[in-house]
Design a protein around this ligand. Sequence first.
Ligand SMILES: O=C(O)C1=C[C@@H](OP(=O)(O)O)[C@@H](O)[C@H](O)C1
Ligand SMILES: C=C(OP(=O)(O)O)C(=O)O
Length: 427
Amino acid sequence: MIRLTPWRHPLSATVTVPGDKSLTHRGILFAAVASGVSRVTGWLDAQDTRSSLRLVQQLGVEVKELTPETLVLESPGLFGLREPEDVVDCGNSGTTIRLAAGLVSAVPGLTVFTGDVSLRKRPMRRVLEPLASLGVRSLARQDGYAPFAVAGGPHQGGTVEMTVASAQVKSSLLLAGLSASDPLTVREPVASRDHTERLLAYLGVPIRVTGTTVTVEPVSRVDPLDFAVPGDPSSAAFWAALAALLPDSRLYLPHLLLNPTRTGFFQVLERMGASVRSTVVQTAPEMVGDVEILPGRLTATRVTAEDVPSLIDEIPLVALLATQAEGVTEIQGAHELRVKESDRIQVTADILSRMGAAVEPRPDGFRIEGPTRLKGAEIDAHGDHRMAMLAAVAAAIADGETVIHGAEAVAISYPGFMAQYAQNAGR
Ligand SMILES: O=C(O)C1=C[C@@H](OP(=O)(O)O)[C@@H](O)[C@H](O)C1
Ligand SMILES: C=C(OP(=O)(O)O)C(=O)O
């Protein structure tokens, strides 16, 4: 439990955020696919990425070096990975369990997956069913929840029409495509983050992307990877929201991942009235740059299904900004938030309503009327890292004290968040 009091000053700072979570997971999993010694620098060391690390170790990958900056892994390669001797516990990490389900289609024998109480309630049919259409056998609890088991072995390619826009489902299938007997095409309803496609191309795997259709060819061997992970824009979004909400702030966020499939939050922030300036310093394999945020008068906005994948994890922060914006903000097409680490539509609405905001949860989003003054409250993060950080940002602009239960969940994606928060709040 932590107690937070309002900030009485702007956020005028340079904040360096840890490495991107999605890219760190992929760096670890692709190091397992590659044959030989791979290196991932700037990696995120957090509970979720440790789940991916444990998974690849159970599959026979050796950790050669692990420092706060660098991870060096040695793998026998995709076709040398071995059946895990025990159940693979993916903790709280949806990305680990779903991507790994596709990866282990190449691993002879049985891989049994489980996770924590939250992960065991998240839908897995969305990966197991399309994998089954390629001939990958699996068995799951009723309703398709973990624990489930995947039997590796021969399977084919073909075409899969995805029903949800999900980078986890798409990536799981593309990983299974690497060990299929023929090419695999995956089509998404709306483009989700494309890190897997970019990394596969960077590794020299034959892959074609046309609009929201991706085709990958099977491989016999993949060369090792040397990959630098830039800062996580989803972690940076908490600081950007603070700067947009605290008058006279000036925030500098150096070296962030600026892949356009991830920057929807910064676009919405600008649309709502904040100033967002970015300077691109690298374009391949991923776009990277520095971002500066200045506050402005916030006005309501509309977020639609087309926008959702590019800011899926940041939508609760848009809801918070909307409580301080003039007018009615509507967020639509975000049903996916209901099946994250918590039901993020319900939990966000509960947190903001307790703090005095006018928030109406909808089946697929929110209607929020602003501006309203927020007041401190007693908040339950429901074991969800992003809900705990959302409450901390809200606490900075609320009147009175906010108590957050379950704030230790931040260690899932951003272990240093509360220390950096205290450091900037105390000035
Ligand atoms: O592929 C990824 O790294 C992720 C994809 C998204 O999930 P979905 O694929 O379920 O939308 C996102 O919410 C999650 O934090 C990370
Ligand atoms: C949804 C998230 O992660 P995952 O699906 O990997 O648990 C997240 O980090 O907000």
